[in-house]
Design a protein. Structure first.
Length: 341
């Protein structure tokens, strides 16, 4: 009789529903999906899914829960499973989507996605998830709140401009809009002060932020966004993976001589971090010789400035990860110093 080496519960997470697939890896290295079922994404649903899993699982083989990092909808379940002592792995979405392309799956549903996650967990070595640093989590909440406030303030400013441009503008409406703008400005300042206090209180966070702030164009707020959105680079294992997580990885479609699509970034990733890197990239191009020369080389090659800016954004992010891994500050003349040595 074949023994079971590993059991995995793959979970496709939605805002309201969790779709589970339980699978096994046998000693013959054959994988098999045993069962699948949907549950509510709520505490009651969490308890029900555990009862279901406990009834179906093999009591001797190790059990893993594997899910995608889908916004914030997976977090409650992750904390719940962690509190119950289960082994859990949270995988970046681009890893699962790339894996699914290798499968003979023609129909994409919540169930087939859950089964793909299960097979991924059975076939690959997955890392055990640990609770994120509370400071990183709070910083992420604050930076996202600030982003929403800025977006709202832009809308109100545009409404005010449109009202003022009318033939007979309503002064009372304009006053209310001005009051809302002042409120949003004050709220943004309050959030920035709170972020600074959080960074100063936590020694590990402060160290990472100082390293990242040594990079041209990256100030405290951008560094805080990087730390918060990557959970201190907890889920990141390589620079290439980081680019995929943010959506700055290049996608290109080419087949023979008849099909040649235009290369572009995927944009399938963390939109908050991708957006946060735009202005720092412009600043680095303007004030740092290395990034200015890199930008000029790319523009001279293909003549598209926006494409070169995106390349600088990716270079900045990869540099941030490298400095974090090596625990070193940015050195503008590093290459020349290395050659001299």
């Amino acid at each position: 009789m074949k023994s079971i080496l590993k059991q995995v519960v793959g979970i496709d997470v939605g805002s309201q529903e969790l779709v589970l697939a339980l699978g096994s890896l046998f000693s013959s290295l054959h994988t098999e999906i045993k069962a699948a079922k949907a549950f509510r994404n709520s505490e009651k649903g969490f308890n029900e899914l555990l009862e279901w899993v406990e009834k179906l699982k093999d009591q001797e083989a190790p059990l893993w829960f594997v899910m995608e990092a889908t916004g914030v909808y997976h977090e409650k379940l992750a904390y719940f499973l962690n509190s119950k002592g289960y082994k859990l792995s949270i995988v970046l979405p681009n890893k699962i989507s790339n894996y699914m392309r290798t499968l003979e799956t023609r129909t994409i549903t919540d169930k087939t996605c859950a089964e793909a996650i299960t097979r991924f967990g059975l076939e690959r070595a997955v890392r055990e998830w640990q609770k994120p640093n509370p400071t990183f989590k709070k910083i992420r909440q604050l930076t996202r709140e600030r982003e929403q406030i800025i977006a709202e303030r832009t809308i109100v400013k545009n409404q005010k401009h449109a009202e003022e441009a009318e033939a007979h503008p309503s002064q009372s409406s304009i006053k209310r809009m001005e009051a809302r703008i002042r409120l949003l400005v004050n709220q943004e300042k309050e959030i920035k002060r709170e972020i600074s206090k959080l960074i100063a209180k936590d020694e590990a966070t402060s160290r990472i932020v100082k390293l990242l702030c040594s990079i041209p164009g990256i100030a405290e707020l951008t560094a805080a966004t990087i730390v918060g959105e990557t959970n201190g680079f907890e889920l990141i294992q390589s620079r290439r993976q980081l680019a995929g997580y943010v959506g700055l990885d290049v996608r290109e479609k080419q087949s023979g001589i008849s099909v040649k699509g235009k290369a572009c970034i995927s944009k399938k990733g963390n939109k908050y971090l991708r957006k946060a890197m735009y202005l720092p990239a412009l600043c680095a191009i303007r004030f740092d010789t290395n990034f200015k020369n890199h930008f000029a080389r790319l523009v001279s090659r293909h003549g598209i400035k926006m494409k070169a800016v995106v390349a600088v954004e990716r270079k900045l992010l990869e540099l941030a990860y490298t400095l974090y891994k090596n625990n070193k500050r940015y050195q503008p003349n590093y290459s020349s110093n290395a050659e001299a040595a």
